[in-house]
Design a protein around this ligand. Structure first.
Ligand code: UFG
Length: 327
């Protein structure tokens, strides 16, 4: 039987794009998802979906043994920063404790390869531009801390148990599958490009532009937006790297260039030919002015070549996906 990769959280936004990328590459997968935020329809038909919790050691053992799993990609987790401030222990349970259970199952059952979804939030409020992987980690919220703890477990389990890992630190993931098979489907998502598309389509009140007095050229915050399909491809390359026997890596996922909130809004207006209803608002707590990835290492180490790195393509795909959702 072919070796399968276990993808946790494969019914979610990023996990489902990765399942499609794996399927397109002919790599067999199986996913565990509790469908708390994910959708069954996002999972490709060729991929078995096991409905349940990643925190269950019994379920993990059943799936890892039953499907001949040799590697894990771990997406399942909670991702809302302000919620993590209000419910820190829920974040440590869902993100850190469940990751511990998963890694423990890997070690016990001989799975020695892990690709882990981490975040630029591990860097905290750094003023480095760009932010390379040597930037000291200093998360400023429980979300970032919960992810950094899992990174630490992976780094320690490596030498102790022969577990090799690729830790991917995502910057601002956006856009949708160009073929329209999946996209960001959480109606209450807070991400800028999602919210701006919803506002454009009249599915939300006007977009609030949080802060216009930042020390940036146009006064609004700058982020490194990465197309979710390029990110998915990076995961496939990370898996192939580990299957070739490659060493553990920690890699930023971004393009190394930023766009401001106003540039995003303008781009959406250009691709749609319509006006985005928007109002200027106060700064949102905890937003650093500028987060741009130092992004050379992933290209060097994985041979990653982005194919969708134009802001207009990111925004266009997000809007097409949004239009395809029931209003
Ligand atoms: N923004 C608005 N209006 C909105 C939403 C966002 O003006 O309605 C602005 C924000 O103030 C920020 C930028 O758009 O300047 C991007 O905001 P997002 O909420 O889309 O993304 P963040 O940069 O806050 O956070 C993202 C992920 C986090 C991750 C972080 C790490 O959502 O999970 O990147 O870089 F931790």
């Amino acid at each position: 039987a072919p070796r399968r990769v276990l993808v946790t959280g494969g019914a979610g936004y990023i996990g489902s794009h990765v399942l499609h990328a794996l399927t397109d590459a002919g790599i067999p997968a199986v996913t565990i998802d509790n469908l708390s935020t994910g959708r069954r329809a996002a999972v490709p038909e060729a991929v078995p979906l096991v409905e349940g919790d990643v925190g269950s050691a019994d379920l993990l053992e059943q799936v890892i043994r039953g499907h001949g799993v040799d590697a894990v990609m771990h997406f399942a987790g909670s991702i809302v920063v302000p919620e993590s401030v209000e419910k820190p222990l829920a974040y440590y349970r869902n993100n850190t404790v469940n990751s511990l259970t998963l890694l423990d199952a890997c070690v016990r059952l001989g799975v020695d390869k892990v690709v882990f979804s981490s975040t630029a939030a591990v860097y905290g409020a750094t003023d480095r531009v760009p932010i390379d992987e040597e930037t000291p980690t200093a998360p400023i919220n429980p979300y970032g801390a919960s992810k950094l703890m899992t990174e630490q477990m992976l780094r320690d389990a490596g030498p102790a148990h022969g577990l090799r890992s690729v830790i991917l630190r995502y910057f601002n993931v956006a856009g949708a599958d160009p073929a329209g098979r999946t996209g960001q489907a959480t109606p209450t998502a807070t991400h800028l490009i999602k919210v701006a598309c919803q506002a454009l389509l009249g599915r939300r009140p006007a977009l609030s532009i949080f802060g216009t007095d930042y020390p940036t050229p146009d006064g609004t915050c700058i982020r490194d937006y990465i197309h979710v399909s390029d990110l998915a491809e990076a995961h496939v390359l990370a898996l192939l790297h580990l299957r070739r026997g490659g060493e553990s890596l920690t890699l930023n996922c971004g393009y190394g260039r930023g766009a401001s909130v106003l540039e995003v809004v303008r781009t959406l207006e250009e691709v749609s030919g319509e006006k985005v209803p928007a109002t200027f608002a106060d700064r949102r707590a905890g937003d650093p002015p500028q987060l741009v990835a130092g992004a050379d290492r992933i290209r060097e180490r994985l041979g990653w070549v982005p194919k969708h790195d134009r802001l207009d393509e990111i925004v266009r795909s997000a809007l097409a996906w949004e239009r395809s959702l029931p209003g």
